[in-house]
Write a protein that binds this ligand. Structure first.
Ligand code: ADP
Ligand code: MG
Ligand code: ZN
Length: 606
């Protein structure tokens, strides 16, 4: 591509989207598409995949079909583009027949070149025949992992897209996804392009997400405490079960939060409505099971809380990845306890996958336990799982407040002996009772009160013993045997600790159960936060404008754009254009109203 062409792209980026620079990876992908090569791009959530296919469509003016699995996703992208002044059509089953006919006419009459289509509409014979009459330059397949049987979200109607290449031999394909391991990638490439495509895989690091893990104690009050610092922001709280979801949502609602429960047990109408509320209302807290999230394109989710542990590092990464897609800071917190760990193991154990599959799932879960228990930088742990190296991040709890480690060999030995002397037959609760010398019925019935180690760890609190056991499991010294109903068993390293005096270092465990939350002092407010009253006013205006137009607030301006306005207080048109996210169309439409708000806050310098 010539430097003139690149300049032209940069100009469009600025004028249409209001962005001053490309994000990593974007330009290479755009160039490859414009060079008429097939592309498969794997980029983390929030990396800016949409722009990679929207900009080439605008630049080249060739007819572009964009396939997306979710109606809500299409609606958001279409309203965002319309807001930017880009002509665009959409056809899907969420729209009336008459409206679909209108949309088609616009596309067919060359009034617009971009058509969003649901996969089932696209693959109807009538649609294929109609499209064949046009020179379709590019088919874009968003969320392309849905095409692969190996992918996490396989969809049968995506599988049919495999036939597109024979129907449109002259068209090119561009596939985008945030999650695809090697197998899935080659599957997508084979299905869409017979393997003839350039593959781009960009990094997994999301430096704007802070990472924190806390022990699961006083869960409700801890979540409440955390959310109190997020009163004006939207986020997701993930729970394990439908029941937990409903209960926590009710609790938060009673405390005055705009909490919305969401899980697969609700009707489709309810879920659609809940999703719309989350997209459009201010400070919405989605309390949900994993049923919620796929394809949620809300860029200003400011936190993701896991009230319970996810099943794997991949799931965890995907779920926290929904926060902070606009690049502005967002927080992630996981509350983690042994009970969750055991439930997760049980879910794998009782699942109906093959043995091989189960072993893989256990490994993925173990990796996540390792993430929870590590005393080192969490981002390092996460990225090394995806085979990326990094330096300590300074934005996780362990970096901000490095945990002290201490020699816990003695307590470890006491626990391992208790497990050994009771025959490796009991779960954590009983082992702790034996070690602490509790006179329970179960202990009396089995005469465990006559063992040598009975009460050997009497001086320790339950929490300390729980934490040491978790760390022993994470450190491969103990195993949980689900065939024996969660009995703790001693692994090789445990034998070494007990018999060969191998040292066991562990994170220092505090004796109390504090209400833990973000430490205000270690968390400096950004400049925009200190400028919060103007920001509040700007957000109000944005909300009013969004309501008028029935679009989500971020379609007007992103959080990041508003934060920059609050910081720089632009007044002239040129100052406005210098704000990231303000292009010509939005300047024309919103300049006066936003200027009015800002002027009220602009104090003349003396
Ligand atoms: P993805 O589909 O990869 O998850 P999106 O395409 O939804 O991500 O983009 C996420 C956010 O990033 C959107 O708010 C989008 O406007 C913004 N964005 C994309 N490209 C840029 C860029 N070059 N500069 C600034 N913001 C961008
Ligand atoms: Mg996307
Ligand atoms: Zn870190």
């Amino acid at each position: 591509m010539t430097s003139e062409q690149i300049d032209q792209l940069a100009k469009l980026l600025e004028q249409v989207f209001g962005f001053t620079s490309f994000r990593p990876g974007q330009l290479e992908i755009i160039e490859t598409i414009l060079a008429k090569q097939n592309v498969l791009a794997v980029m983390p959530t929030g990396a800016g995949k949409s722009l990679c296919y929207q900009l080439p469509a605008i630049y080249s003016e060739q007819k572009t079909i964009i396939v997306s699995p979710l109606v809500a996703l299409m609606d958001d992208q279409v309203s965002s583009l319309s807001q930017l002044g880009v002509p665009v059509s959409k056809i899907h089953s969420g729209v009336s027949r008459q409206e679909n006919v209108e949309q088609w006419k616009r596309f067919a009459s060359n009034e617009c070149n971009i058509l969003y289509l649901s996969p089932e509409r696209l693959m109807q014979t009538r649609m294929i025949d109609a499209l064949k009459r046009f020179p379709i330059g590019l088919f874009v397949v968003d969320e392309a992992h849905c095409i692969s049987k190996w992918g996490a979200g396989f969809r049968p109607d995506y599988e049919n897209l495999t036939n597109l290449k024979s129907f449109f031999p002259d068209a090119k394909f561009a596939a985008f996804t945030a999650t695809a391991d090697k197998t899935t990638r080659s599957d997508i490439a084979k299905n869409l392009t017979n393997g003839d495509c350039s593959v781009f895989v960009s990094g997994f690091d999301r430096p704007n997400l802070s990472l924190k893990v806390f022990p699961k104690q006083n869960l409700k009050s801890n979540i409440l405490h955390f959310l109190s610092s997020k009163k004006n922001e939207s986020g997701i709280v993930y729970c394990l079960s439908r029941k937990d979801t409903d209960q926590l949502s009710l609790f938060l609602h009673s405390k005055g939060f705009n909490a919305i429960p969401y899980h697969a047990g609700k009707t489709p109408e309810y879920r659609l409505d809940a999703q719309n509320r989350f997209m459009t209302e201010e400070a919405a807290v989605m309390v949900a099971t994993v049923a919620f999230g796929m394809g949620i394109d809300k860029p200003d989710i400011r936190y993701v809380v896991h009230a319970s542990m996810p099943g794997s590092v991949e799931a965890f990464y995907q779920e926290i990845g929904r926060a902070g897609r606009d690049g502005a800071p967002a927080e992630t917190i996981m509350y983690y306890g042994l009970q969750d760990m055991v439930s997760r193991q049980r879910m794998i154990f009782e699942g109906n996958g093959s043995e091989q599959h189960k072993i893989l799932e256990y490994k993925r879960l173990e990796a996540l336990i390792g993430y929870c228990e590590t005393p080192a930088c969490r981002r390092l742990a996460l990225l090394s799982y995806f085979d990326e190296t990094a330096v300590s991040c300074g934005n996780c709890d362990n970096c901000i407040q490095p945990p002290r480690v201490e020699d816990y060999s003695n307590i470890a030995k006491q626990i391992i002996s208790a497990i050994k002397q009771t025959g490796q037959y009991f779960g954590m609760a009983h082992i702790i009772d034996v070690a602490r010398g509790a006179e329970t019925e179960k202990i009396k019935a089995r005469s465990h009160n006559s063992l040598k180690i009975f009460g050997i760890a009497r001086a320790q609190s339950k929490q300390v013993l729980q934490s040491v056991i978790r760390q022993l499991i994470a450190g491969n010294a103990l195993k949980v045997n689900l065939e024996k109903f969660g009995a703790l068993e001693i692994a090789d390293r445990g034998v070494n600790i007990l018999q060969s005096n191998e040292q066991f270092m562990a994170k220092v465990i505090s004796k109390k159960t504090p209400i833990v939350s973000v430490n205000a002092e270690t968390h400096k407010p950004s400049k925009a936060q200190s400028n919060s009253s103007v920001l509040v006013e700007l957000k109000k205006l944005r909300l009013a404008l969004a309501r008028e137009r029935s679009v989500p607030a971020f379609v007007i301006f992103s959080d990041k754009t508003l934060a920059q306005m609050a910081e720089e207080l632009p007044i002239t048109e040129n100052q406005f254009l210098a704000i990231n996210g303000v292009g010509n169309k939005k300047l024309g439409e919103f300049y006066h109203q936003f200027r009015e708000v800002i002027e009220k806050f602009k104090v003349p310098r003396l």
